[in-house]
Design a protein around this ligand. Structure first.
Ligand SMILES: Cc1cc2nc3c(=O)[nH]c(=O)nc-3n(C[C@H](O)[C@H](O)[C@H](O)COP(=O)(O)OP(=O)(O)OC[C@H]3O[C@@H](n4cnc5c(N)ncnc54)[C@H](O)[C@@H]3O)c2cc1C
Length: 371
């Protein structure tokens, strides 16, 4: 009797974010089905945002904060393609890349992150503003900032943003630039609402740390940066460089897809982290927005939601039941203050100290070094 051959299904992983790293790290990705898995990523290495401020402040080397995606793929038996994706045609089940190649799939998982939201700038010269994302490009910009600062008597840097990322960046930058020359100065342009959504005690602790570092805060919204002048509603500030950590908007490629999107280009997903328009497409992390609940775009949800999403896409391929990702009501957030000091927030509670920084380091290292 001829043996029945098991059909091979194509699983395409787009982006090498937190969720896909978790999937690649599973010892046996597909125990009971035959899968042909390809991962397409813009970069061969993943830069871990949680440790990026620590690298800027000089606590970590670049190797300490990156994960080699190419070798992770080869260990997991996954084909690796280094190209940014430019479009997804869900009807014909194909993903397009910058080199005009098309990759077909049976099931697609999206974990490409998001772009920095630059819509705050009214003038055309946004190209001279350094966006925090993509992180791999930011690394090159930061190295240039340090080179320029070393050659200047006085260097003025502005960080724009009011979230936890902007605050970590401003303190890390201040520590790094002050080590070069105490004339150097970093300012935070943050509008009126600093750290909205965090508890008031945590916000007070952060303000004290900004004060301790001598960081000037401009509580106005930035409106543009041109010819070295950063404009706000009432002022114009001379700046050598401007970094935008102004939240996220959908990745540019989401303008070229028939997948349903929401809120300026995020892939609309349900509680299974599954596209609401195409059930064979899953998306997780910053690239996606849940339609059923208000969930912040964060690394925590990229990791935790990613573990559920990975289970779900394999269950979908096997025809098995899937499970919802139910985010916890409180998540631990540890904010580093530039000099091996950190503040923690968990619901209504907050703590601070050097031990909090060491706790953060332990958690971050556990993620980066996991096998
Ligand atoms: C300085 C800083 C500190 C932060 N600290 C924290 C923190 O402590 N805790 C927390 O919860 N959140 C934190 N965040 C937020 C966190 O970084 C994001 O929410 C998280 O990175 C989202 O993870 P992700 O897996 O969706 O995408 P990402 O981590 O952004 O990964 C996306 C991947 O896809 C690749 N990619 C991008 N575009 C394409 C494309 N077109 N084609 C193919 N591949 C592509 C990228 O190269 C990257 O490897 C921080 C952010 C910043 C900027």
């Amino acid at each position: 009797m001829p043996t029945k051959k098991m059909p091979v299904k194509k699983l395409l992983l787009a982006g090498a974010g937190h969720a896909h790293i978790g999937l690649l790290r599973r010892r046996c990705i597909t125990p009971s089905i035959k899968l042909d898995i390809t991962l397409i990523s813009a970069q061969p290495q993943f830069v871990y945002s949680g440790m990026l401020p620590g690298w800027m402040a000089g606590h970590y080397t670049l190797d300490n904060i990156r994960i080699d995606i190419k070798s992770l793929c080869s260990q997991a038996g996954v084909r690796f393609i280094q190209q940014p994706i430019t479009a997804v045609d869900a009807k014909s089940q194909q993903v397009m890349t910058t080199d005009d190649r098309h990759y077909s799939y049976d099931v697609l998982s999206l974990n490409t992150g998001a772009d920095t939201d630059m819509r705050w700038s009214h003038n055309a010269e946004t190209s001279s503003v350094i966006a925090i994302r993509p992180l791999s490009e930011f690394i090159t910009h930061w190295q240039q900032i340090l080179t320029d600062a070393r050659q200047s008597k006085k260097y003025q840097l502005a960080i724009i943003g009011a979230g936890a990322a902007a605050i970590e960046l401003v303190m890390a930058a201040q520590v790094a630039l002050q080590q070069i020359n105490t004339n150097h100065q970093v300012i935070l342009v943050c509008g009126e609402h600093l750290l909205s959504g965090f508890n008031p005690r945590f916000q007070q602790r952060v303000m004290k740390q900004l004060y301790r570092h001598g960081i000037r805060m401009v509580q106005e919204r930035a409106t543009g940066y041109r010819d070295g002048q950063l404009s706000t509603a009432t002022d114009s500030l001379t700046m050598d460089a401007v970094i935008a950590a102004t939240g996220v908007m959908g990745s540019a490629w989401t303008a070229a897809t028939d997948l349903q999107t929401i809120d300026n280009g995020f892939i609309a997903v349900n509680a299974l982290q599954q596209s609401v328009s195409h059930p064979n497409v899953f998306a997780v992390g910053d690239v996606a927005t849940r339609v059923d609940e208000d969930m912040a775009h964060s690394g925590v949800h990229a990791v935790r939601g990613g573990a559920i999403e990975a289970d779900n896409l394999l269950a979908y391929l096997r025809g098995e039941p899937m499970q919802n990702y139910q985010p916890k009501t409180r998540t631990l957030y540890l904010l580093s203050c530039g000099d091996k000091y950190a503040i923690g927030s968990w619901g209504k509670f907050s703590v601070q100290g050097r031990w909090v920084w060491y706790l953060k380091r332990k958690i971050d290292k556990r993620f980066i070094n996991a096998k």
